[in-house]
Design a protein around this ligand. Structure first.
Ligand code: FAD
Length: 395
């Protein structure tokens, strides 16, 4: 039986990017995915690369914003990661970084924007608050109701359908073994190894056992379930989200749009569709009193309307028919910070999930891989450590 240096569980962006970093550092890597690579959040998301604090981080007041801002060093790292990823992978991933705007429509929202920008500058983010004729010149497509906007030059988008498959191919080129249709059903420490049991999944004929020195849990909304297999409780929560896409149109929206006072993210794809999201909820499906993570969340009428209404700040969007709406699930932690690093009291067990893990995913993966290989990433990830939830684990 091959003993791998690292087994990565999950073939989303985090798993594939971590496998790539580990394999190119010379690790023997096994990546196990129960469905297909990119089947879940990493392939369903809005593709926003947002480096400003999001609405959900500022809507609960300054203290909450200050706490969430502890992830900003990762945002700065992510600006650089997205700048070079296509060259590093040798593939196009639809990365475009023509800047992002966070809009304010009332004096109270402008005040939030100003405080937010001041906080972001403390961490070194390049952000300017534009208003009046300067804003009109910069973004003539905005409605007159928009009074000001926080501008971050490096923000933009990437294509979620391209990024993760490209990372998986790159991991494979560096020797990582990818097993899809293969579900991890058990995780046990055996001597100095971890034993992974895999159940038969679609396309996989029989269950197997694999051994690895270290294990990375990159299971998205299944992270708590995977951690429980190693008898660890991690407070990560699934959240259902709604996205809408319009018909194609001529290019008119070069920026990523967000709003400081309500849920909104909006961008135009390379093909001309406008994608609208920004945190509108979808209803998680329950069976026998438990959230069913295998079933897509149900659409909420209010979120469909919310998506449409969000377009109010860019009037041209109102003329475009919505051609598709979908839901997906992502993971949040109670403090909105990432969950990233070594799991205490489980030698060789690591986890990465939580937060804006499309934008920050390349950064999480690089830092986590460095942690696995050297024990010492090039920037501290202490603030995001699973040890902050140590009190939940008494054994
Ligand atoms: C609608 C929507 C819009 C979003 N928009 C944005 C955005 O614009 N910007 C942003 O930064 N973030 C966004 N996000 C969040 C982002 O998509 C996620 O944070 C990110 O994709 C998480 O990647 P992941 O690899 O952790 O999870 P996933 O992509 O879910 O991958 C986890 C994988 O683990 C596999 N797995 C789980 N359990 C097992 C097991 N037992 N055995 C084997 N495999 C297993 C799953 O099958 C899955 O493929 C959005 C999310 C959604 C749902």
């Amino acid at each position: 039986m091959t003993v791998y240096d690292t087994a990565v569980v999950g073939g989303g962006l985090l798993g594939c990017a971590t496998a790539w970093h580990l394999a190119r550092a010379g690790n023997r890597v096994l990546l196990v995915e129960k469905d297909q690579v990119n089947r879940h959040a990493s392939g369903q998301n809005a593709g926003s690369l947002h480096f400003q604090l999001e609405f959900r981080m500022v809507e609960h007041g300054d203290d909450a914003a200050r706490a969430a801002a502890r992830a900003l060093p990762l945002h700065l790292d992510a600006v650089r990661a997205w700048a070079t990823i296509e060259d590093e992978l040798g593939e196009r991933c639809g990365v475009s970084r023509t800047g992002g705007l966070m809009l304010a429509e009332t004096p109270a929202e402008i005040a939030v924007l100003d405080r937010k920008a001041a906080l972001e500058r403390e961490y070194g983010l390049d952000v300017a608050v534009l208003s009046g004729p300067e804003l009109r010149r910069f973004a003539p497509y905005l409605a007159d109701t928009v009074l000001a906007a926080g501008h971050v030059p490096g923000e933009g988008k990437a294509n979620p359908r391209l990024v993760t498959p490209a990372l998986a191919r790159a991991a494979g080129r560096h020797g990582a073994v990818l097993r899809t249709g293969c579900r991890v059903t058990g995780l046990h420490r055996r001597g100095r190894h971890w034993e992974l049991r895999t159940g038969a999944g679609p396309g996989d004929t029989a269950g197997e056992t694999h051994l690895a020195d270290t294990v990375v849990l990159a299971g998205g909304v299944w992270t708590a379930e995977l951690a429980a297999m190693a008898d660890v409780r991690l407070p990560v929560f699934p959240v259902g989200l709604t996205m809408s896409a319009t018909a194609r149109s001529r290019p008119f929206l070069p920026h990523l749009i967000q709003h400081v006072g309500r849920r909104l993210s909006m961008k135009q794809t390379e093909d001309g569709n406008v994608l609208i999201g920004g945190g509108w909820p979808a209803k998680l499906v329950s069976r026998a009193g438990r959230v069913d993570l295998e079933t897509n969340p149900e659409l909420r009428y209010e979120s469909l309307v919310g998506n449409a209404d969000a377009a109010r700040v860019v009037p041209a969007v109102f003329d475009l028919p919505v051609i598709r709406t979908w839901t997906g699930m992502t993971t949040l932690t109670p403090d909105h910070l990432p969950l990233l690093g070594a799991v205490p009291r489980r030698p060789g067990l690591y986890v990465a999930t939580g937060g804006s893990a499309f934008t920050l995913g390349l950064t999480y993966a690089r830092l986590l891989a460095a942690m696995v290989v050297t024990g010492e990433p090039d920037r501290s990830i202490e603030d995001y450590s699973p040890s902050r939830f140590g009190a939940l684990n008494f054994v």
